[in-house]
Design a protein around this ligand. Structure first.
Ligand SMILES: [Zn+2]
Length: 141
């Protein structure tokens, strides 16, 4: 019944704190900031507008879909339209029908011919995967 065997570590999309989740978990409460953190890969295939579109997974914006929000995620694939600042832990790909209006922060950027990107772009290499600076010890059962 329960499939909590496969654990994985993700980072909280709100505070970057580490979260350990099961393989099937789609959202959880971050132990660092106590906010609800989505950890699933999200797909936008229609119109979605809101203040925050945060996940520790990836975001795919389908052709003709529109996403209007502040986005934080691991990776992003845009074939529709996105309005809002985008902050990614990894790379972004904007397909030939994709359109992004807003500032983008990511570790890599791939744009197909025909894509639109209007905004400030900051591409920096991924942060080193070292242990976090603060040596907070957590008891693991
Ligand atoms: Zn957090």
């Amino acid at each position: 019944v329960s499939s909590g065997k496969k654990r994985r570590n993700v980072q909280c999309p709100h505070c970057d704190g580490p979260i350990e989740v099961g393989g099937m978990t789609i959202s959880t409460v971050c132990p660092s900031c106590m906010k609800t953190a989505r950890v699933e890969d999200l797909k936008v295939d229609t119109y979605w507008a809101g203040s925050e579109f945060y996940t520790a997974g990836s975001v795919t914006v389908e052709p003709r879909a529109v996403l209007v929000a502040k986005v934080r995620a691991t990776r992003m694939d845009v074939d529709g339209e996105v309005k809002g600042p985008i902050h990614l832990r990894e790379g972004i790909h904007i397909g030939k029908k994709g359109r992004v209006v807003g500032d983008v922060r990511a570790t890599s950027l791939k744009i197909d011919e025909g894509a639109v990107l209007i905004g400030r772009v900051e591409i920096t290499p991924p942060a080193p995967q070292g242990p976090p600076a603060e040596p907070r010890r957590k008891k693991s059962r």
